[in-house]
Design a protein around this ligand. Structure first.
Ligand SMILES: C[S@@+](CC[C@H](N)C(=O)[O-])C[C@H]1O[C@@H](n2cnc3c(N)ncnc32)[C@H](O)[C@@H]1O
Length: 161
């Protein structure tokens, strides 16, 4: 199993940092940031969040989604994580061997035109009176679902075990 986590025009360093941590914890390959690369030169000194991003050895930037798709060359199944009609529930989806997990930004989410370029859309079911989950929470849930059938191994470097 090989997966990349792809963030489309995210706005918050805090969210990107939290996603970087989940991505690394679940054994992700590339963390891919789409949008203006300058946005990720965070100012204000190192924080827990930016340190996590700096720990990602395989970090890639693309200016736009089409550049990312061109890099992709059909080697990975592109999975949009979004609340959308005709989506499959994340818990019921049979995740393919090689995939890109693509998440949208905090304000507008993934646009329809991006979703249409993906192979599959998955939604995390919600039951309360809130329109959407936080993007970092969504990433962590999906990365858990994606990895849940892998053979369990001891958690490396855990401080509290
Ligand atoms: C805060 S949401 C975007 C805002 C959302 N479009 C709205 O109208 O409230 C940010 C991202 O989190 C992910 N997300 C949030 N809730 C989700 C859910 N229930 N299922 C799948 N993805 C979700 C999607 O990737 C989405 O683009």
């Amino acid at each position: 199993m090989k997966f990349n986590t792809v963030l489309h025009e995210l706005r918050s360093a805090k969210n990107v940092g939290m996603i970087a941590r989940s991505h690394l914890s679940f054994g992700g390959d590339f963390l891919i940031l789409i949008g203006d690369e300058n946005k990720w030169n965070f100012k204000g000194g190192p924080s827990t969040y930016t340190r996590k991003i700096n720990e990602v050895e395989k970090l890639l930037f693309f200016k736009n989604f089409d550049d990312f798709i061109a890099w992709n060359k059909n080697e990975y199944t592109n999975i949009a994580v979004e609340i959308a009609d005709n989506a499959i529930l994340s818990s019921e989806y049979n995740y393919p061997e090689n995939c890109n997990i693509i998440l949208g930004n905090e304000g507008t989410g993934l646009e329809k035109s991006i979703i249409e370029k993906c192979d599959q859309t998955i939604t995390i079911p919600q039951f309360g009176n809130i329109g959407s989950l936080n993007v970092a929470v969504s990433a962590s849930i999906v990365l858990y679902e994606l990895n849940k059938n892998r053979p369990i191994s001891k958690i490396k470097g855990a401080k509290f075990s």
